[in-house]
Ligand binder design. Structure first.
Ligand code: HOZ
Length: 431
């Protein structure tokens, strides 16, 4: 496969951009080789600068649930753009998007738009602290809630990919109030509540973890968190930046029937443009400025282009059968991978939830980050490289989830599973 142009672009990028990329996991650091510089996408396919075509399971890390360059999104964004790209003043579209979010996610009584998932989680935590008057927060190792200082503790995604414990530049004092527990471990959470219960403002969790690979909650885990939070007066925050509008229309809270106090959204809600949101109980959200004292703001919050793309996406997701289709795509891939791994004699555990899925070179079950870290890294590297060579674009890290879209068709899945049969044999060569 030709990679000359990507290699030369990467070398050029490195002279002006740290590491040659604007977000670390894009650099292929843990899988080796050259990151592909992408030129265009259509449906579930992307093309790189050398003209290679791939079936894409990154989907811009989740937003592109309708696929690349969807005509409806392009139309909506063009129409919005013709009216102006940003006003820094309220627009009617923001109300429509807020109403669409409330309608799909009933626990969200009020919602505020921001520009990234990091802003959403950071603001939700500030609100939780402001509303409860408490200072500690509890997060789970391997969950990633963006790169705000207090949340770079035992973080997944790029932090896990790079194998770093946190980040220089985050003063120890900024993370002293962050408690960590293993995902899916209610006993550890109960212990933390016994020790610090009166001072825990919130528990923040990815209800379907997607930043340590894909790890769904075990039965009773989310319900247990709800119960512990309610009993201690802490708020439960679901970080549904990844799972929102993806594992069900109403996100993981609909899928698992557990109602958080606050929810963070991102990715799908912006339809491929930079938008995110946080929302929840009206009595809490009303404590945000300007009505309340908890401050948060943003020049491009509720940007009209992002709002137009988000609104078009949410409307399209209302069509009957949408989530059944996404689920079927993910299930076909997860089960197909497991079957081919068995044929290749490779231990592989696979999971799916709605439009996200994942796999670990591990016999399974993988229930937490500590399990995920035991997966065979070298096997992943070989598998990833062989899939790429066969035209399948997967997240370049074992600590990320794969995303299905409504643009993936049966032929794309067959092509993916054929490539996997080959790639798993390559992976099998590693002891
Ligand atoms: N939050 C995205 C999935 N882990 C990754 C975005 C990024 O770090 O580039």
């Amino acid at each position: 496969m030709a990679t000359r142009k990507s290699r030369s672009l990467f070398a050029r990028a490195r002279r002006s951009i740290p590491g040659g990329v604007n977000s670390p996991v894009r650099a292929f650091g843990s899988v080796g080789g050259t990151p592909r510089f992408l030129e265009r996408g259509k449906g579930c396919r992307v093309w790189d600068a050398d003209g290679n075509e791939y079936v894409d399971y990154v989907g811009s890390w989740g937003p592109l649930i309708l696929g690349h360059a969807d005509p409806g999104i392009l139309r909506a964004v063009r129409a919005a753009m013709a009216r102006g790209t940003s006003f820094g003043a309220p627009t009617e579209g923001e109300i429509e998007l807020a109403e669409a979010i409330r309608q799909a996610v009933p626990s969200i009584e009020r919602v505020r738009m921001v520009s990234s998932g990091t802003e959403a989680t950071m603001s939700a935590i500030r609100l939780a602290r402001g509303a409860t008057g408490r200072e500690r927060i509890l997060k789970f190792s391997g969950c990633y809630h963006g790169h705000a200082d207090a949340l770079l503790v035992g973080a997944g995604s790029g932090v896990a990919t790079l194998g770093i414990p946190g980040s220089p530049g985050v003063p120890a004092a900024f993370t002293q109030l962050t408690i960590q527990a293993p995902f899916n471990d209610l006993d550890a959470v109960a212990d933390a509540f016994r020790r610090w219960g009166d001072d825990i403002a919130c528990v923040i969790v990815e209800p379907v973890a997607g930043n340590m690979g894909c790890v769904p909650p075990t039965p009773g885990f989310l319900e247990g968190l709800r119960d512990l939070c309610t009993r201690s007066g802490a708020l439960l925050i679901f970080d549904e930046v990844m799972s929102g509008f993806r594992v069900a229309r109403g996100g993981a809270q609909e899928r698992y029937g557990v109602k958080p106090d606050l929810t963070c959204l991102g990715k799908v809600v912006g339809g491929g443009l930079p938008a995110a949101a946080f929302g929840g109980r009206a009595d809490l959200m009303d404590q945000m400025a300007p009505d309340g004292p908890v401050y948060q703001a943003g020049t491009l919050s509720g940007n009209p282009l992002a709002v137009a793309a988000g609104l078009e996406t949410l409307r399209r997701l209302e069509r009957p059968g949408t989530y059944e289709r996404l689920e079927k795509t993910s299930r076909t891939l997860a089960l197909g991978l497991a079957e081919r791994a068995l044929d290749a004699g490779v231990e592989l555990s696979t999971v799916w939830a709605g439009g996200m899925f994942g796999f670990f070179f591990h016999p399974g079950p993988v229930r937490c980050f500590e399990d995920a870290q035991k997966a065979r890294a070298e096997r992943f590297r070989r598998f990833f490289a062989a899939m790429l060579e066969r035209g399948i674009y997967l997240p370049p890290s074992p600590f990320e989830a794969c995303f299905a879209s409504l643009a993936h068709r049966r032929a794309d899945l067959e092509r993916t599973l054929d490539a996997a049969a080959f790639a798993l044999k390559r992976a099998a060569r590693v002891d």
